[in-house]
Design a protein around this ligand. Structure first.
Ligand SMILES: Nc1nc2c(ncn2[C@@H]2O[C@H](COP(=O)(O)OP(=O)(O)O)[C@@H](O)[C@H]2O)c(=O)[nH]1
Ligand SMILES: [Mg+2]
Length: 445
């Protein structure tokens, strides 16, 4: 059955991996049971924020459109996993916290080879980079370190790890390749299957290189170029430039931005997100994760006083939030200035969104009843109560059939319907807003 996507956080020690992971996993939204059966110790569940199908105005159930009224389906959207708030859905996604990597990791430095092995099943990486320059390559405290170095050496550690594993066996690989008259693709697939590589990933890497010589004649530079092309395709990487709240961050960000394509970069301050969410839990502030605004008791009291001055007849209300001491008030003021006003948000939600974009993840909503989008059988009375209970994330170019296998397992499909009861072919490719609400009917057609 197709696996669920897995995104791994990598980086040197003290770059902020654990803080970033906390900021992605600890959501204030209501959380259901995890959809994943086994959660290993270094695995966690993050939440990807997406516009939910329930808020599409064109869907039956949301029509006729009423000006200013929320789409009626939104009020009945009750995800089994994650949450849906005002049409924004939090979809659970599995994350892997890889222990800190240091230069020389592929040779075993800092147990690096063991940690690299954890990456085998990752579909994408989030490289958490400390852009404050206050930690060196080993993660020790310093000042003025150039974090663009980390981007270079970490990528080469991953390449050298895969390369080392391949070269160890290269003699035997070559002999077998010649003996069974295998194609390059077949031989490499055998070698790279342990990294969860598909033949299309390996095929793309080989196509890009357009190599002329047969595999047994490859020199070491050619082998390295094959591994590099494979790694870049198998482990697409988002750079989470973390600690943007630090005064030294700007010049380091500017340097990295000159070296890396913009779709691979996200600026973030994980510690700011963790701090804000803690204050929300303690009733000090109002803050919606991902937004640029924080409201304190002082703000609410000021607003209430202004409102009362305009309409003196109404009684002035006081904010239910707790008052802040000077230290907290100053910290929030700094965070507003250094992070929220300058960058528009703490950035952590975009880190995950960007990784999902690199993978081309599409949200698909399997429903029992294509007329109501409910999960109950027609006529059971419950079919209208809850809509869009399920949402699965599938990779780019997945077909209706792929989704069917993921949702229904090996059960034979009679037919599949989408919005309006329209039948769809099993080889139709699903996309956002296209064949992404599906009802699978089991049995003989
Ligand atoms: N200024 C600042 N410090 C951060 C940020 N994120 C993490 N840190 C600090 O960096 C240190 C290492 O963080 P941690 O998450 O444990 O790093 P890990 O070793 O990569 O898991 C801790 O002292 C954090 O408080 C951030 O966004 N800004
Ligand atoms: Mg850690």
């Amino acid at each position: 059955m197709p696996r669920d996507p897995l995104i791994a956080l990598v980086g040197k020690p003290s770059s902020g991996k654990s803080t970033t992971l906390n900021s992605l996993t600890d959501t204030t939204a209501k959380v259901g049971n995890f959809p994943f059966t086994t959660i290993e110790p270094n695995h966690a569940i993050g939440y990807l924020h997406l516009p939910c199908a329930c808020s599409r105005p064109t869907l039956p159930g949301n029509q006729p459109p009423q000006p200013d009224a929320a789409p009626p389906l939104q009020g009945r959207c009750k995800p089994n996993h994650g949450a849906c708030q005002n049409g924004t859905r939090s979809v659970p996604i599995e994350l892997l916290d890889v222990a800190g990597l240091v230069p020389g990791a592929h040779q075993g430095k800092g147990l690096g080879n063991k940690f690299l092995d954890d990456l085998r099943h990752a579909d994408a990486l989030i490289h958490v980079v400390d852009v404050s320059g206050t930690t060196d390559a080993e993660g020790k405290a310093t000042r003025g370190y150039d974090p663009s170095q980390d981007i270079i050496w970490l990528r080469s550690e991953i390449i050298n790890w895969v390369l080392g594993n391949l070269l160890q066996k290269w003699g035997g690989v070559k002999r077998r390749h010649a003996a069974i008259k295998a194609t390059n693709l077949e031989t490499l697939q055998g070698q790279f299957s342990g990294y969860g590589a598909t033949s299309s990933i390996i095929g793309r890497a080989l196509d890009r290189l357009a190599l002329k010589q047969p595999l047994p004649d490859w020199d070491s530079a050619t082998i390295e170029s094959v591994v590099t092309a494979f790694v870049d395709d198998k482990f697409p990487t988002v750079l989470a430039l973390n600690k943007i709240d630090h005064p030294d961050a700007d010049k380091n960000i500017a340097k990295i931005a000159r070296l890396v394509p913009p779709d691979r970069l996200v600026l973030c301050s994980a510690i700011s997100e963790v701090f804000l969410r803690r204050l929300v839990k303690q009733d000090y502030i109002r803050y919606t994760p991902g937004s640029d605004s924080v409201t304190t008791r002082q703000d609410e009291d000021d607003d209430a006083a202004a409102a009362a001055a305009e309409t003196p007849a109404t009684a002035q209300t006081t904010s239910p939030l707790k008052p802040l001491d000077d230290k907290l008030a100053t910290r929030i003021e700094n965070l507003r200035d250094m992070v929220l006003y300058r960058f528009g948000s703490t950035g952590v939600n975009q880190v995950l969104t960007r990784a999902a974009e690199l993978l081309g993840l599409t949200a698909v909503y399997p429903v029992r009843n294509i007329g109501t989008f409910g999960s109950g059988e027609a006529g059971s009375g419950s079919e209208r109560a809850n809509v869009f209970r399920d949402c699965v994330l599938v990779p780019r170019n997945s077909t209706v059939k792929d989704v069917g296998r993921k949702v229904m397992g090996d059960a034979p499909l009679a037919f599949v319907e989408t919005v309006g009861g329209v039948r769809v072919a099993e080889d139709e490719v699903v996309g956002s807003g296209w064949c992404d609400i599906l009802s699978f009917k089991v049995g003989r057609a």
